[in-house]
Ligand binder design. Structure first.
Ligand SMILES: C[S@@+](CC[C@H](N)C(=O)[O-])C[C@H]1O[C@@H](n2cnc3c(N)ncnc32)[C@H](O)[C@@H]1O
Length: 231
């Protein structure tokens, strides 16, 4: 890890010790909605891609969904934390999946000499240096290739925001007691999501790097969003 970088320190503080319960928690805490969001991401990929890059792949939930939908596609999962990547590696061994490669790296630093048809991510945007990431991604995409980023958003309407706050309050009170390893993330994530400007920052970075067809799709009562753009 790059010591001294506040983004990485936050990621380390949030995710330390959560790897083994991550797959359960992402479903439990979103009432299964994460599955729907992941399906939407896979549906938005270009048809029959040859190479797809999944940045901040975590335990490989999205990476494996792509690899299974497109068995002839080479899928590369990049992740910062070996704790998470080890779980992803074990899944691939157990399931006998052959079209996935895992790389331990910060997303912003990853480089590949072979280009991709699509670079995607789920729950990375709010932690990332989006200017650097977008520049780096541009170099790795084929012309016409798709960049897709998905992450949480803060609902803009007052009544949705109050439901959202009630939901996180419940997670903080009950969830932290039941799952102590998740205390840091339950208490820090709501304010972080409220303050992040990842949607406007990514839109700007995409414009600066000459992307076209920049689209923003809001999901499930503005609880998250997907931005897509073509190189
Ligand atoms: C909430 S998990 C999401 C994992 C996976 N994408 C999913 O949707 O299930 C966020 C992941 O992002 C990783 N992460 C955060 N910032 C990163 C960065 N700059 N580069 C690579 N991975 C990063 C964390 O280590 C963590 O595994």
């Amino acid at each position: 890890m790059n010591k001294g970088d506040p983004r990485l320190e936050l990621v380390n503080r949030f995710f330390s010790g959560t790897g083994t319960t991550y797959d359960f928690m992402v479903n439990f805490a979103t009432f299964g909605i994460d599955r729907r969001w992941k399906r939407r991401i896979v549906d938005l990929l270009p048809l029959n891609p040859s190479r797809v890059l999944d940045l901040a792949c975590g335990t490989g939930i999205l990476t494996l969904a792509i690899a299974r939908r497109y068995p002839d596609c080479q899928v590369v999962g990049v992740e910062l934390r070996d704790e998470y990547l080890e779980i992803a590696r074990e899944k691939v061994r157990r399931l006998g999946i052959r079209n996935v490669e895992w790389v331990l790296s910060r997303a912003e630093n990853y480089q590949s000499s072979e280009p991709f048809d699509c670079v995607c991510s789920s729950y990375l945007a709010k932690y990332a240096d989006l200017k650097r990431l977008t520049r780096n991604t541009t170099d790795m995409l084929n012309d016409g290739g798709l960049l897709l980023m998905h992450d949480f958003t803060y609902p803009p309407k007052a009544y949705l925001a109050s439901i959202w706050r009630f939901y996180f309050k419940t997670l903080q009170l009950a969830g932290s007691r039941l799952f102590p390893a998740w205390r840091e993330i339950f208490s820090g994530l709501p304010r972080f999501i409220e303050q992040t400007r990842w949607v406007s920052e990514l839109q700007e970075a995409l414009r600066e790097n000459g992307f076209r067809d920049i689209r923003t799709e809001h999901l499930t009562a503005h609880g998250s969003a997907i931005i897509t753009a073509r190189k």
